[in-house]
Design a binder for this molecule. Structure first.
Ligand SMILES: Cc1ncc(COP(=O)(O)O)c(C=O)c1O
Ligand SMILES: [Zn+2]
Length: 415
């Protein structure tokens, strides 16, 4: 059912077999799946009848047999946000809400569903990853369900909720003294030596394709049309270029028409290698040492930084780097206006959107989709001290009444 043919180098276009390989041995470019688009004849109506998961676009996903996991992952809500739109002074605004992705509450359930299925097809016995937290949660959950050994590598300074979200599934957790970039370097060596299936290293070509489904869903949920702007967070740089790739593929197979959206990159000012490169007119980001509360997107050496920069430029998008204070303010704004609770990655994306609107880079009368990719319950510590404590009372009605009336409200007596 898939039109998947094999892997191809993004830069020099050399073809490779569909194995656990991810870099071109000729030019070191990243490898990406290729499909026979002419063989894809699926219609909007057929897709509409399929189960509401990321596998409804399986013709455009790089697996050979049947999906093995992620049967409820993806197809997250596209929430029309009129209250927030009013606050920002824009006309048509949506949140693509991957903070409620199944089963681990982040966009990573998309990429892991595809990578884990491919890991089973390629006969890996150990599923592993280098992670800033959310990926480890998702790999741990999907590995548990598939009965695979699991080993996740994380920096040793993650939030308690991120650690809990992996530990409950009983993987081996390695908390490494260092940044994500140090963790990733170690994992590359482990993957080479032990032959484990690292979803974001040797299975990266498959993993990244799962992220396209977020773009597919935006188009389908808007009634098979493109929005005019999409704002995406950027860490390793998987998501943003795959949203664009997904948008292009839908047009190639005839499911949508029109002009591609402008796709904008959101980063925290304390870790903004891609936004700085866009500002400086560079093709490749320069490495930075992260320092931000947005730990899930604190990647100073993004694997796909080049592709993010390429896609932002090609679509006419731009970049925005926002401070930790702006991130927290945006988390609160989203909660107050729309009843959605995101983690700092989502706060970053909303804060960047506000900045792009203020700078005139997103005109107020154009349609905007903001990708919210992670859940606030996992990072309670970033807002906890700012929230009102509950009013503590005894069980006595009298006490309630005197507290209520002390606030200047008299009881309304019903006749
Ligand atoms: C919540 C969240 N959003 C976004 C990202 C962006 O990752 P990437 O740019 O690698 O797709 C990550 C992961 O690293 C994440 O955990
Ligand atoms: Zn190449």
């Amino acid at each position: 059912m898939s039109a998947f043919i094999g892997l191809q180098c993004h830069l020099c276009k050399t073809m490779f077999p569909a194995l656990a390989i991810y870099v071109c041995d000729k030019c070191l470019g990243p490898l990406e799946p290729v499909y026979d688009y002419s063989a894809i004849r699926v219609t909007r109506e057929e897709i509409a009848k399929r189960p509401k998961s990321l596998w409804r676009y399986r013709e455009l996903l790089p697996i050979e047999g049947e999906p093995r996991t992620g049967f409820n992952s993806g197809f997250t809500p596209l929430v029309r946000c009129d209250q927030l739109a009013k606050r920002l002074g824009v006309r048509e605004l949506y949140i693509k809400d991957d903070s409620v992705n199944h089963p681990t509450l982040s966009y990573k359930d998309r990429v892991v569903s595809v990578a884990a299925t491919r890991a089973v097809e390629l006969d890996f016995k150990v599923l592993a990853c280098a992670s800033t937290g959310n990926l480890a949660n998702s790999v741990s959950a999907h590995a548990a369900r598939l009965g695979l050994e699991c080993c996740v590598f994380i920096p040793d300074n993650l939030e308690a909720g991120k650690l809990l979200g992996s530990a409950i599934f009983k993987p081996t957790i390695l908390a490494i003294a260092g940044t994500y970039d140090d963790v990733n370097r170690l994992c590359t060596q482990v993957a080479d030596r032990y032959g484990w299936g690292f979803v974001n290293i040797n299975l990266r070509s498959y993993y990244a394709e799962g992220a396209k489904t977020l773009g597919f869903e935006i188009v389908e949920q808007l009634g098979w049309r493109y929005p005019q702007h999409v704002v995406s967070p950027v860490a390793g740089g998987t998501l943003l270029p795959r949203i664009v790739r997904g948008f292009r593929e839908l047009r190639t197979v005839g499911l949508v028409e029109g002009e591609l959206p402008r796709v904008h990159a959101a980063q925290a000012a304390g870790c903004a290698p891609v936004v700085r490169a866009l500002e400086a007119g560079l093709d490749y980001p320069e490495l930075v040492r992260p320092d931000t509360i947005a730990k899930s997107i604190a990647i100073g050496n993004p694997a796909d930084g080049y592709q993010v920069i390429e896609c932002v430029r090609e679509t006419g998008g731009s970049g925005s780097a926002v401070s930790d204070a702006q991130i927290i303010h945006a988390i609160e704004l989203l909660a107050e206006t729309e009843g959605l609770f995101t983690e700092p990655a989502g706060g970053t994306t909303l804060a960047a959107t506000v900045d792009l609107i203020q700078r005139g880079l997103i005109p107020p009368d154009e349609s905007i989709v903001i990708c919210v990719t992670g859940n606030g319950y996992k990072t309670a510590e970033v807002v906890q001290d700012r929230l009102a404590a509950p009013v503590r009372l005894s069980r006595s009605f009298k006490e309630f009444e005197s507290w209520w009336e002390s606030r200047g409200f008299a009881a309304e007596v019903k006749s």
